[in-house]
Write a protein that binds this ligand. Sequence first.
Ligand SMILES: NC(=O)c1ccc[n+]([C@@H]2O[C@H](COP(=O)([O-])OP(=O)(O)OC[C@H]3O[C@@H](n4cnc5c(N)ncnc54)[C@H](O)[C@@H]3O)[C@@H](O)[C@H]2O)c1
Length: 238
Amino acid sequence: MRLLLLGYGKMGQMIDQMATSKGHDIVARINIDNRAELETLDTSSIDAAIDFSQPQAAVNNIKWCIDHQIPVAVGTTGWLDQKAVLDAYCTEKQGTYLYSSNFSIGVNIFFKVNSFLAGLMDGQKDYDVSMNEIHHTQKLDAPSGTAITLAEGIIENLSRKDSWVNDSKARENELLISSERIDPTPGTHAISYNSPIDSIDIRHTAHGREGFASGAIFVAEWIVNQRGVLTMDDFLSF
Ligand SMILES: NC(=O)c1ccc[n+]([C@@H]2O[C@H](COP(=O)([O-])OP(=O)(O)OC[C@H]3O[C@@H](n4cnc5c(N)ncnc54)[C@H](O)[C@@H]3O)[C@@H](O)[C@H]2O)c1
């Protein structure tokens, strides 16, 4: 597969190593400094792109891929307020992209466990729920994109919560997400249900970035023959 890397920081470099060792060709490695290279690329020879850039860059990168009919797997977080507009753009232009706040297979299983547990807790009013996420200090957005996906899974299944806040306290209808930035944490997410009688905690701890990188490469391999606005559920057939 001929692969374009948009963003060449910690994730882009790891994806480069893993994709190259799987036999894929990296057509270009685009960073903030060499964006002009995009204009010289033979876009018809690119099978797929992977974007792990920065929140303010992701939307333009995805639009560029859609405009050039290059399917793109997007891991960059922190731009979700523009996703509805981008989904409509992709549909109108018959492009292809898949955004996932977290490409690790373990986290996607954790998303399912989280939604299931929230559903079980819907009738158990004595339990309040909160979330904690920890990442390295270079992370630009808070709460993490993964935390937002987890929060959406809770809000969809637990009728006493209708929104989330990333603050020190929350109203009764709000899910409290606390964020900590501690090096070198790759990503830890914990959800706690607390009642006066007991507590139930679920936690996902990433031991490194490999799971995110390998998941993104699997998706890029798959997305070449797909069309439209896609999700990890489409990929994993959950
Ligand atoms: N979805 C997931 O599984 C997952 C996993 C890890 C990280 N992330 C997210 O991926 C993103 C990147 O993470 P990282 O740790 O590699 O960050 P990083 O800061 O190490 O790298 C980001 C890179 O993007 C480049 N960049 C900035 N503007 C650009 C532009 N206009 N075009 C192309 N490149 C540009 C920067 O030069 C930088 O090298 C972050 O948003 C992070 O939260 C997602």
